[in-house]
Design a protein around this ligand. Structure first.
Ligand code: AMP
Ligand code: GLY
Length: 414
């Protein structure tokens, strides 16, 4: 099977690494890829949101499957463009990806499907905003309706900040605050109402230690989520996946690819914070690190409507942990261009490896920072303690001026 993976980051590097272990995947291509991906796949400089260009590349390369990593191309309809050229594609249609692209649409689907979630109001005027802020109270949760790369949401005790954020959005969702630890679930879907849940993961979303500071795309992750009460995992398909697949099918926009509910364990049970239409980054890195079932056939089954919902996936019992290294100034003002060294030493720590997320080569051939989140240090070990120790040992070898890293990834597992 020849496969083209679309996207530039750590998620796509992890997908390609997992595919490279699968003998069924005979040729790997990436668009645009990154310096880490280039070691495993042939990289092609294509704008990931240009559906015609991605589809033309897939046809030219003669690939059997295109896997779309990030949300932006999905929401821009790139999966539709690929399928229109007769190539199988892992990823939802533009219409189904609205579950991620519009918070208001997602809330509407959740209400219709009876999914447990925060009570909310969609507001388009200052009067509605004031009423909703008063109704739900502090901490205020204010979400830009559109896609904003994790920056459209604020959670704050400061009413003026809540008002200011709402004022900057055309349409805003204001909702009840859900207290509790968060975790992520990934359901593989094939366009029918069949789905297969992958192992759960936890993402540390806040920028600073102790889950403080601004929200980010994610500063680290681990799997399994051993603190979840027994039985929680068994109910997720029926409560937060199947009803949404059925509702989207009913609306004429069936979902294929991966449905990713962001979840909170509240005192009142598990509730959905949001749905995404793609794998979580940095969570999928740890999930794929534990997946022993070959990946290519699973992704192809999703793309072709042939997923078996009773497929038994094999999981390593190890803990996998991922620490994100971000550039100086992340998340507000990441600095590009600083050189990165020490990756060979980091990657040679037993049980650890490095994935690239936002790196590039400069004119003189040095590896440099080229984004916010730059690298993932992934470790796998038989215990959570060992996985943490291994990841932090590997991380210590990475040299980068002013690097932003959390020192408490997975500490809540201890
Ligand atoms: P979202 O983009 O909707 O995932 O929101 C980003 C982050 O904001 C989530 O991962 C949570 O940490 C936080 N958040 C969003 N909605 C809520 C809520 N209703 N209650 C508490 N925290 C929330
Ligand atoms: N790490 C969370 C996300 O990918 O949305």
């Amino acid at each position: 099977m020849k496969i083209l993976v679309v996207g530039p980051g750590g998620r796509e590097h992890a997908i390609i690494k997992a595919l490279s272990r699968d003998p069924e995947a005979t040729a790997l291509h990436a668009a645009p890829g990154n310096p880490g991906i280039a070691v495993l796949a042939q990289c092609h400089p294509v704008d990931v949101c240009d559906g015609a260009a991605v589809a033309a590349l897939a046809v030219e390369l003669g690939v059997d499957l295109v896997v779309i990593g990030p949300e932006a191309p999905l929401i821009a309809g790139v999966a539709d463009a690929v399928r229109a050229r007769g190539v199988a594609c892992f990823g939802p249609t533009e219409a189904a990806a609205r579950i991620e692209g519009s918070k208001a649409f997602a809330k509407d689907v959740m209400a219709a499907a009876g999914v447990p979630t925060a009570r909310s109001r969609t507001c388009t005027s200052t009067v509605e905003v004031e009423a909703a802020l008063t109704e739900f109270g502090s901490p205020y949760v204010v979400k830009d309706d559109g896609l904003a790369a994790g920056k459209g949401v604020i959670v704050t005790d400061d009413i003026d900040q809540a008002r200011a954020h709402a004022a900057g959005c055309d349409r805003v969702v204001i909702e009840e605050y859900l207290a509790g630890p968060e975790f992520s679930a990934f359901a593989l879907c094939d366009g029918s109402t069949r789905s297969v849940l992958l192992a759960l993961a936890r993402d540390h979303k806040r920028a600073y230690d102790g889950d403080l500071g601004p929200n980010t795309g994610g500063m680290g992750a681990y799997s399994p989520v051993s603190w979840l009460p027994a039985g929680v995992e068994d109910t997720l398909a029926a409560t937060v996946v199947d009803p949404v697949l059925a509702e989207l099918e009913k609306r004429g926009t069936p979902f294929s690819g991966v449905l990713f509910p962001g979840l909170v364990l509240t005192t009142d049970g598990v509730k959905v914070i949001e749905y995404n239409a793609r794998f979580g980054d940095p969570e999928i890195q740890v999930v794929l690190e534990r997946l022993e079932t070959p990946l290519a056939g699973l992704l192809m089954a999703c793309a072709t409507g042939t997923l078996k919902s009773d497929v038994a996936l094999d999981w390593s019992g190890d803990t996998a942990l991922n620490i994100v290294i971000a550039s100086d100034g992340y998340p507000t003002d990441p600095v590009a261009g600083d050189t990165i060294t020490g990756l060979d030493a980091a990657g040679s720590v037993e049980g650890a490896h490095i994935l690239h997320a936002g790196t590039a080569y400069n004119d003189t051939g040095e590896l440099v920072a080229a984004g916010g989140r730059l690298l993932n240090v992934v470790a796998r070990a038989s215990t959570p303690e060992l996985a943490r120790a291994t990841a932090y040992e590997a991380l210590a070898h990475v040299e980068l001026r002013g690097k932003v890293v959390r020192s408490d990834i997975g500490q809540d597992l201890a």
